[in-house]
Design a protein around this ligand. Structure first.
Ligand SMILES: [Cu+2]
Length: 529
């Protein structure tokens, strides 16, 4: 039952976690690949933003659409999912002290995802897939573009099953007893959402791939949009569940916060599972063919279940941090616990900024724009990307960056290179993306379209009047993008330099037997040899 991998553990001296070394190696490659995708998507982001800025208007039209496609795929899919897969490995092995049951399978999944991501990027950058992230038919890409996404998704789906299997092994072999820690529980919710998401993706991309190869005559655009958003929107709910799990984890690692009422927090995660995917329908609010009751039910009554979930976390996490800080003696006044929080720890500040930017920026804009009446006004304006850049970038990506500042010393066992830079990086990124999203949202409110190369219609044959404020807002967007991109670059540099050249923190190696084996037994000796 136990293979030779069972003994390849080390004990983390800071956290006391038992870390399975083959799982750790797999974590490492996923995280490094994620950062490469982040850098690629980030360079695209800067070039797009500098084109949006009317005073600069950098790129020609064809490159603009090509880079938007590359930006969407690398940021929203490759950076986030590679990082999440690293998170799955961590949540199911180190957090539970368990082994990864099939290391070869983990590598196979990684290989599928890597080949898929490379193929998709190749198709985009060689100009064979200028279809943007959504690839709505009748826009058609080279079949290999869809194939790349399918390979990537299959790898991710198999990795989700591997995660489930690891949870089973952890229980069965006695590595972990009782209920799963909250972090692992939250990741489990993310994985269940991911399985739904990836199946919706398969149901959308496989027929589209067949269509691109000529085996299917046509793809119904409405059906495509329904399936695509079953994938595209639900993918953001995986990010949400993963991000909130990371908030809890960083709260524990940084100040020793323990959820005030763990059952309550678990219940809030369950609300995500029950209420969140139906919100996908908000992408179809201006489409023909759906009844009013279908739209209203899906975009109001049910998504509020998920909104309540988020609000519970929004109170529960700061409360847990407050209690932990007060227990340390920071009890003067109402806010000493907050002012004396470890603000110079980039993991903590990144997490705190992520909570605020996601909650106030993303949550408020999301709940309002998801309502039918407001949706019809904001549809296809920059107000929409203004919303999702504070959820996915200011929220999720910043939380992932914050966690990386713990992953580098604790999991990769490297001393961080550029600690002073790291201290300021989350602030710079958070402030930059907030300025960016503010400019974007208000430009959108003033009617500036999204996805359009010439956002102010300056070369249209008829005059489209935009207020001068809209142009100012687009300038603000450009300035915010430069600040956020600089911070992204600093993050990538710190992560890459540390991962490859950081001073090694020596690990204490210990034989670690599955609890069902006694250390001195013949079987344990056989496992160890
Ligand atoms: Cu959505």
């Amino acid at each position: 039952m136990a293979d030779t991998y069972s003994t390849q553990f080390r004990t983390c001296e800071t956290t006391g976690l038992k870390v399975h070394l083959p799982g750790e190696r797999l974590f490492y490659v996923h995280a490094v690949t994620a950062v490469v995708a982040l850098l690629t998507g980030g360079v695209m982001a800067l070039l797009i933003a500098l084109t949006r800025w009317p005073a600069v208007h950098l790129l020609p039209a064809d490159l603009f659409y090509r880079f938007i496609t590359a930006h969407g795929m690398n940021m929203l899919v490759f950076w986030i999912v590679f990082f999440e897969m690293a998170g799955l490995i961590f949540a199911s092995t180190a957090v539970l002290g368990s082994r990864l049951p099939a290391v070869w399978f983990g590598w196979l999944n990684y290989a599928l995802m890597l080949v898929g991501a490379l193929l998709t990027n190749y198709m985009i950058f060689t100009g064979q897939a200028d279809v943007m992230f959504t690839s709505y038919p009748p826009l058609k890409a080279n079949p290999n573009y869809y194939l790349g996404i399918i390979l990537f998704a299959v790898g991710a789906l198999l990795a989700c099953f591997h995660f489930m299997a690891t949870l089973v092994v952890a229980k069965k072999e006695g590595y972990h007893k009782g209920s799963y820690p909250l972090f692992t529980f939250g990741i489990l919710i993310a994985v269940i959402l991911a399985i739904f998401t990836l199946l919706a993706g398969a149901a959308t991309y496989i027929p589209t791939w067949l269509w691109a190869m000529g085996f299917i005559d046509s793809i119904d655009p409405s059906l495509y949009r329904l399936g695509f958003w079953g994938f595209g929107h639900s993918a953001q709910q995986i990010n949400l569940a993963a991000m909130v799990s990371i908030w809890y984890l960083i709260g524990t690692l940084s100040v020793g916060a323990v959820p005030i009422n763990e059952k309550f927090s678990r219940g809030a995660f369950l609300l995500y599972l029950l209420g969140i995917n139906v919100a996908s329908v908000h992408h179809l609010l201006v489409d023909p063919g759906l009844s009013a009751s279908f739209r209203i039910f899906n975009t109001s009554y049910v998504i509020y279940a998920a909104t309540i979930g988020s609000m519970i976390h929004a109170f529960s996490i700061p409360a847990a941090i407050e209690v932990a800080q007060r227990a340390k003696g920071y009890t003067n006044g109402l806010f000493e616990w907050l002012t004396k929080a470890p603000w110079s720890n980039p993991a903590f500040s990144g997490m705190a900024l992520s909570v605020v930017i996601f909650g106030f920026g993303g949550g408020v804009t999301g709940v309002t724009q998801g309502v039918e009446q407001i949706n019809i006004m904001s549809h296809n304006t920059l107000r929409i990307p203004g919303h999702f850049h504070v959820t996915v970038v200011g929220g999720t990506s910043l939380a992932f960056m914050a966690l990386t500042y713990y992953a580098l010393p604790l999991i990769m066992r490297r001393k961080i290179i550029g600690e002073t830079w790291a201290k300021y990086q989350p602030w710079m990124f958070g402030i930059g993306i907030s300025i960016f999203a503010t400019g974007m949202s208000f430009a959108g409110i003033l009617g500036v379209p999204r996805r359009h190369y010439d956002v102010t219609f300056s070369s249209a044959i008829f005059q489209v009047p935009f207020s001068a404020t809209a142009t100012t807002m687009l300038g603000l967007l450009g300035i915010g993008a430069i600040i956020a991109f600089t911070a992204l670059l600093i993050f990538c540099l710190i992560a890459a330099l540390t991962a490859f050249f950081g001073e090694r923190i020596e690990a204490k190696m210990e034989p670690h037997y599955p609890p069902y084996l006694k250390d001195g037994s013949a079987e344990a000796a056989a496992v160890a040899s």
